[in-house]
Design a binder for this molecule. Structure first.
Ligand SMILES: [Zn+2]
Length: 491
């Protein structure tokens, strides 16, 4: 209080203790004299409630004690004190309660980040603005530990094999992936357990496939055509559209336009996913296997050879192993992140795309780029050029006669077929064969350069050229005969 408002002989409240969580305490003092310069002398009429022990900032006083104090320490006239103290106490308690609620809320949210709940309704948002590297690392370790019981793994499962699975996606997404049923039972619609089945399974396949004794896995490594569908294509297009709407462009690795004799589904998928890397098992035979195939011994999926999917699309179905179905998805962790993004997008009605979802697609692209870097594979390969060059002006039906002409030799009966043809058709076949071989020759690098066959090249010369190029490119371009001559209806 101000000195001017104080009166000698009157009683006032002198603050002795101000706790942060309750009502303040005061002694009742009577003013003996007003001393000037903001000071008064008071006598303690009643020291007030006993102060708590070691109370910080407390000013204990004794009954009848007389002392000089500054007027600032006098709160109010004594008869106002009870109300005043109660009001301050109530305000303090309210603040404390508010803080506690906020804290509990924070604690609950923090704890909830690691609670696996299959019944959890798919959150409307996974993106997070707040990120701390320390807590992030702790949370991922905690999730890695939860992975073992969540997937029903035995005592031999180790954190070392699980940690690499949980590196990319945001923690709450991983939490919800782990909440899915380990025996692949879909959860109720709209829950996280119904949303993340594909992602959870891919992570588990990746764990098994990367284990030391890998090569043979109890679960098949998925083939891309079994894993991916229209939703995935739509998602990639939606991400690219969103980027384009913001004035940018997301480039996919180049894929050549595939010829018309390639399976129609494959031709639809190729422009969007043809770049995806497929792992090919190591085998001495001619069939293509996945590294998980039980009929071959192979390196683990990450160490096996790999090719872009479009190259496998060009293979004759006979070349694909009937047991495993052929090469399988290589970058399983990145793919798990990608399908998680797609499935959340789809479950939310193909609406907004969050940052983590676009990132998941870009991570898959960067896994592809890394795989290609390790294999020193350029953006455009020789196989790419050959496919692109031969797709133009393909001969269609006329290709059969041209093929028969070049492939005839002493060991097959094609020579007789040729001799049955009228002269005009034989001449047409010769021209088609020569032109197609020249197109192929022109697509080759200078190191393989062959001079174009002249207009007058005879059948013998054309056959020699055909055989030369066939031998040269036997490991480069699948189905070279079809690329050259279309061969509609070929089996
Ligand atoms: Zn196989």
């Amino acid at each position: 209080m101000k000195q001017a408002d104080l009166g000698i002989g009157s009683d006032y409240a002198f603050l002795t203790y101000q706790p942060y969580d309750g009502a303040p305490l005061a002694a009742r003092v009577r003013i003996v004299s007003i001393d000037g310069q903001g000071k008064v002398t008071v006598r303690v009429m009643d020291p007030g409630p006993k102060l708590p022990k070691n109370a910080w900032g407390a000013r204990p006083v004794k009954q009848n004690e007389q002392q000089q104090i500054t007027t600032r320490k006098i709160v109010c006239p004594w008869d106002e004190w009870a109300d005043r103290s109660a009001a301050i106490g109530a305000e303090n308690e309210r603040k404390i309660a508010e803080r506690r609620t906020r804290y509990d809320d924070f604690e609950r949210r923090l704890a909830d980040r690691l609670v696996l709940d299959p019944e959890r309704v798919l959150p409307t948002e996974y993106d997070e603005d707040y990120f701390s590297p320390d807590t992030d690392a702790e949370e991922r370790t905690a999730l890695s530990q939860q992975y073992i019981p969540a997937r029903g793994l035995g005592p031999y499962a180790t954190l070392e094999e699980i940690r690499p699975l949980l590196v990319d996606l945001p923690v709450p997404v991983l939490r919800d992936v782990l909440a899915t049923d380990a025996r692949r039972r879909p959860g109720r619609a709209g829950t996280v357990a119904a949303t993340f089945l594909r992602a959870a399974e891919l992570l588990e396949v990746s764990r098994i496939a990367s284990m030391r004794h890998a090569g043979r896995t109890s679960q098949e490594i998925p083939r891309p055509e079994r894993l991916l569908d229209d939703r995935d294509i739509a998602f990639v297009n939606a991400v690219r559209d969103q980027i384009a709407a913001a004035g940018g462009e997301l480039l996919l690795p180049p894929v050549p336009v595939l010829p018309d004799w390639v399976d129609e589904d494959d031709r639809t998928t190729a422009p969007v996913f043809g770049w995806l890397r497929l792992a090919v098992a190591d085998t001495s035979g001619r069939l293509l296997h996945s590294p998980g195939c039980r009929s071959v011994r192979s390196y683990p999926v990450q160490l096996a050879d790999h090719v872009p999917w479009w190259l496998v699309m060009l293979e004759h179905p006979r070349q694909l192993c009937a047991i495993c179905g052929g090469p399988a998805v290589r970058d399983l962790v990145a793919m798990a992140g990608f399908v998680a993004a797609v499935d959340v997008w789809h479950a939310r009605g193909c609406d907004k795309i969050e940052r983590w979802q676009q990132t998941a697609l870009q991570r898959l692209l960067s896994a592809t780029a890394l795989a290609r870097a390790e294999a020193q594979e350029p953006d455009i390969t020789l196989a790419w050029r050959i496919v692109a060059a031969l797709r133009e002006n393909s001969p269609g039906e006329r290709g059969w006669a041209a093929y028969t002409l070049v492939a005839a030799n002493g060991w097959n009966r094609l020579e007789q077929e040729i001799e049955k043809l009228p002269q005009a058709q034989r001449e047409e076949a010769r021209v088609v064969a020569r032109d197609r071989l020249n197109v192929l020759g022109a697509a080759l690098p200078t190191s393989h350069h062959t001079p174009p066959l002249p207009e007058t090249a005879d059948v013998h010369m054309i056959r020699q050229r055909y055989q030369h190029l066939k031998d040269l490119l036997q490991d480069t371009a699948p189905q070279l005969d079809r690329l050259l001559f279309t061969l509609p209806g070929a089996r």
